[in-house]
Design a protein around this ligand. Structure first.
Ligand code: LLP
Length: 390
């Protein structure tokens, strides 16, 4: 618990010189990930003893070095597409397919059948997909069902996945789902719900778990509850961090109330967001109307979150880290769109100049993986630091 002031300094504060060297030697825009921070977050989560199985939601950052580091920390993986499954298999050849949880959305029958044939764990969220397996070719296999148990949660409408979204099986359809699974010889061993991303209420996963547990009472084959991911990471200065101790205590209560059931979770952002920064170089400074536009070589094609969700990321001028920040500026990119911004109405050093390196913080989750080659500006580099080595 506690606010940002009481949290440790970000890892890169001790590495400003090294990051400037990386920008000079390798070019920009570049994402830089610190594996030590990923491992530290992984260990903090593994300290929550009530959870027996952790799946890393690789959509947040599928870089192979991160997948390997998290496997070493005892994490399994959650994948939303066949491409993500391939990414895990390429990074970790020989991985037991049961350590990959496949939770697609709106997937066709072939995609489900293929995932089962590969031996993956599979989450379903519609009756028709299970009916398509009625010939019993996967009889005896265990499956999970993703339920829509309530209103969505999270930091922006685009990341809320409850009622009024395409996600999850409506509870009214659960009896039909159970019947279709029985007819196909499939065993429902897991009840799952993920209501959104960027949740700071530490009691949230206990509440979701309790709802799932009460549904499990009528489903004797269920052994596992998965109350999703969505663990929030503070982006704004002073924003309180998620209280992992309280989260764990809530899940302990849940386990004590339902000793028959084990818990799984599937965080993405929490493990990687603070481990990554984006380096960009200032290309143009333009004064127009009331605005100072600081243009750089990273934009919405590099980090889409500000344009798509009005997300707020800290920005620091690495060439002037200690200068007073007296210039009010909009940090924008080189893409031909008015939404092409990284940071609006910020304070930067007044002598910020073309050629300076800017650092965009907390960029390790949903950063590089959401980048595009729009305007043919190219995709960013990704550089991994492990201890001192790049
Ligand atoms: N499980 C399921 C079923 C999910 O849909 C997601 C995220 C996660 C786990 C992991 O959520 P996390 O722990 O990372 O919050 N691009 C957006 C976030 C989209 C999240 C999509 N689903 C962003 O940049 O904020």
């Amino acid at each position: 618990a506690g606010d940002r002031a009481s949290r440790p300094q970000p890892w890169w504060r001790a590495r400003v010189e090294a990051l400037r060297d990386i920008a000079a030697a390798r070019g920009t825009p570049a994402y830089v990930y610190d594996l030590g921070t990923v491992r530290e977050r992984a260990r903090a989560l593994r300290g929550i003893g009530a959870v027996s199985r952790w799946h890393y939601a690789i959509k947040a950052n599928p870089h192979p070095a991160i997948l390997r580091a998290l496997e070493t920390e005892g994490f399994d993986f959650e994948c939303v597409s066949p491409g993500e499954v391939d990414a895990v298999r390429e990074a970790l050849p020989g991985l037991d397919p049961q350590r990959i949880l496949f939770t697609p959305t709106m997937a066709g029958d072939d995609e489900f059948a293929d995932a089962l044939a590969q031996g993956l764990r599979v989450t379903f969220d519609c009756v028709e997909a299970v009916r398509a397996l009625a010939d019993g070719r996967h009889g005896g296999r265990s499956i999970a069902v993703r339920l829509d148990i309530g209103p969505g949660r999270g930091q922006h409408a685009h990341v809320r996945t409850g009622h009024d979204s395409k996600f999850g099986l409506p509870l009214a359809d659960l009896p039909a789902f159970v019947e279709a699974a029985q007819a196909a010889g499939l065993v429902i061993d897991t009840l799952h719900a993920h209501l959104g991303s960027g949740v700071f209420d530490a009691g949230h996963w206990r509440e979701v778990g309790l709802q799932l547990a009460s549904l499990a009472e009528r489903l004797p084959t269920v052994t596992t509850l998965n109350p999703g991911g969505g663990l929030g990471v503070p982006y704004l200065p002073g924003e309180p961090a998620l209280d992992l101790g309280a989260l764990g205590a809530g899940l302990d209560e849940l386990r004590a109330a339902y000793p028959r059931l084990t818990l799984a979770m599937e965080p993405g952002r929490y493990l990687v967001a603070e481990a990554g920064v984006l380096l960009a170089r200032v290309s143009r400074i333009k004064r127009k109307g009331r605005h100072v536009y600081v243009g750089c070589d990273a934009g919405m094609h590099t980090l889409l979150r500000p344009a798509l969700y009005e997300a707020w990321h800290p920005v620091v001028n690495l060439d002037r880290p200690d200068a007073p920040r007296t210039m009010r500026a909009d940090v924008v990119g080189p893409v031909c769109e008015s939404a092409d911004n990284l940071a609006l109405d910020r304070r930067l050093p007044a002598d910020t100049a073309v050629g300076d390196v800017l650092l965009v913080d907390i960029a390790g989750a949903y950063g590089a993986v959401m980048a595009s080659d729009y305007n043919r500006r190219g995709r960013p580099l990704e550089i991994v630091l492990d201890g001192g080595a790049a």
